[in-house]
Ligand binder design. Sequence first.
Ligand code: 13P
Length: 250
Amino acid sequence: MRKKFIAGNWKMNTTIDEAVALAKDVVKTMGNTSDVDIAICPPYTSLYAVSEVLKGSTVKLGAQDVHWEAKGAFTGKVSCAMLKSVGVTYVIIGHSEQRTYFHETNETVNKKVKATLAAGLLPIICVGETLEERKSGKMDAVIESHTVGAFAGISAEDALKCTIAYEPVWAIGTGETATPQQANEAHIFIRKLLVKLYGTSTAEQIRIQYGGSMKADNAKALLGQSDVDGGLIGGASLKASDFAGIVKPV
Ligand code: 13P
């Protein structure tokens, strides 16, 4: 039985003051939750301040990206060791916004996954198709290339430390959600890929989150599906009461 995992991706929102206030609200409403894993992923600038707020609560800290190199002349980038030093547990890797705007490829995703695991951090690997890819029948091929690419050279033992977030690009920030059936079909497809890579027992243990306009009023139906093991929440994670509304139905 996979424990549900709900993570908030705050994207490029919140100053330090705003992040601390939001994190305090999250802790107040969900800080003792233990039947669901919860994480929040603020911008880099607020990670340290938010980690202080999360101390003593069950809510974990996540980052929105990482660079695969350990250190050096990589202006603007942040390493796994830096993330660890501010108390990060999870790292979102390969988000579609990174793929679309910042040249993220399956190869860079794979390098980031390897670096993250080597540092003892837990990757949340994003996969998912655009509307054009879905309409032109390329959806399965895209999801397969994202998934197989991300896990290249990753052992079964390490794969168990990963979460996959299925985020159909057409549902992100659009208010258009995949139906529970559409989401579950994609999750089952991803799990079959994991079975091919790692065998049934490992594949059955890896959590697959859904992401894309998930909110309180559609969370229950999505999370009720056999292979939807949680959510990666954008807009609805920016208000604690909205975020709690997603965590509650689990
Ligand atoms: P929204 O929930 O705003 O659609 O964003 C989803 C997402 O991209 C989470 O990573």
